[in-house]
Write a protein that binds this ligand. Structure first.
Ligand SMILES: Cc1cc2nc3c(=O)[nH]c(=O)nc-3n(C[C@H](O)[C@H](O)[C@H](O)COP(=O)(O)OP(=O)(O)OC[C@H]3O[C@@H](n4cnc5c(N)ncnc54)[C@H](O)[C@@H]3O)c2cc1C
Length: 194
C-alpha cells in the first residue's frame, strides 16, 4: 500500500507495478494528481495544476480516494477517513512534508522516537557514510548482488546460503520493536526472528 499520491508515492507505486506478484493500492484524498510545482500557474490562472491519475498510474494499480487517519503496524491495517479499513503487507508513507506529531499519532509511537529516527536518517544521508567499511570492494559488490537476487526472488535457501553460519541478527528497537528477541545468532534462526 502506498499512502499519498504525490511525486514520491506515484513514482513508488508505478515502480512497484513492474513486479507481477505485488498488488498495489494507492490512497490519496483527491482523485487527481496535484502538480505542486505548477500551483503558481493555477493561482495566476495561466495553467492547470492537476493531472488525471488515469494518465499517470500503471495498469492494474488500485486508487482509493480517501485519507489515511491511522496505521496499525501490529494488525497491519490502515484506517481511512471514510471509516474503511484496508489491510497491507508493506506500507509506503509518502504524504509529503508533515510534522513529527502527525507521524507519531499515525504509527502510535512517541513523538521523540519519530524525531530521533528522522534525525538519524537525515544525518546518515548527509554524511554519505557507509555503515560498514568493506574489506574487499569487489567481493562485497558480488555478495550484495547475490543477496539482492535471492531476496527479490523470494529464494530463502539462496538467501541463507549467502549468510555466514555465525551471522548475528540485531533488532533496531527504535525503528521497530523486536517481535521475539533483540538479537539472535546463527543464520538458521535469523529468518524466524526478522
Ligand atoms: C507551490 C510549490 C511550488 C514548488 N515548486 C517546486 C519546484 O519548482 N521544484 C521543486 O523541486 N520542488 C518544488 N516544490 C516542492 C515539491 O512540490 C515537493 O518537494 C514535492 O511535492 C514532494 O513530493 P512528495 O510526493 O513527497 O509530496 P506531495 O507532492 O506533497 O504529495 C503528498 C501526497 O500525499 C497526500 N496525502 C497527504 N496526507 C494524506 C493522508 N493522510 N492520506 C493519504 N494521502 C495523503 C497529499 O494529498 C498528496 O497528494 C514546490 C512546492 C510547492 C508547494
Amino acid at each position: 500500500m502506498v499512502i499519498g499520491g504525490g511525486y514520491a508515492g506515484t513514482l513508488a507505486a508505478n515502480r512497484l507495478r513492474t513486479r507481477a506478484d505485488v498488488d498495489i493500492t494507492l490512497v490519496n484524498p483527491r482523485p487527481k494528481f496535484v502538480e505542486r510545482i505548477r500551483l503558481h500557474q493555477f493561482v495566476a490562472r495561466t495553467g492547470d495544476a492537476t493531472i488525471d491519475y488515469g494518465t499517470l498510474l500503471s495498469e492494474g494499480l488500485q486508487l482509493v480516494v480517501d485519507s489515511a487517519t491511522r496505521i496499525d503496524t501490529t494488525a497491519r491495517t490502515v484506517q481511512l477517513a471514510s471509516g474503511r479499513e484496508l489491510d497491507y503487507d508493506y506500507v509506503i508513507y509518502a504524504v509529503g512534508s508533515t510534522g513529527a506529531e502527525t507521524i507519531a499519532a499515525a504509527v502510535d509511537k512517541p513523538v521523540v522516537t519519530v524525531r530521533q529516527v528522522a534525525h538519524r536518517a537525515r544525518e546518515r544521508v548527509r554524511a554519505r557514510r557507509k555503515r560498514f567499511e568493506p574489506v574487499n570492494e569487489a567481493e562485497t559488490a558480488r555478495i550484495t548482488e547475490q543477496f539482492m537476487t535471492a531476496a527479490t526472488t523470494g529464494d530463502l535457501k539462496g538467501l541463507l546460503a549467502r549468510l555466514a553460519p555465525e551471522a548475528i541478527w540485531t533488532a533496531d528497537s527504535v525503528a521497530e520493536p523486536p517481535r521475539h528477541a533483540d538479537q539472535c545468532s546463527g543464520r538458521r534462526r535469523w529468518p524466524r526472528s526478522s
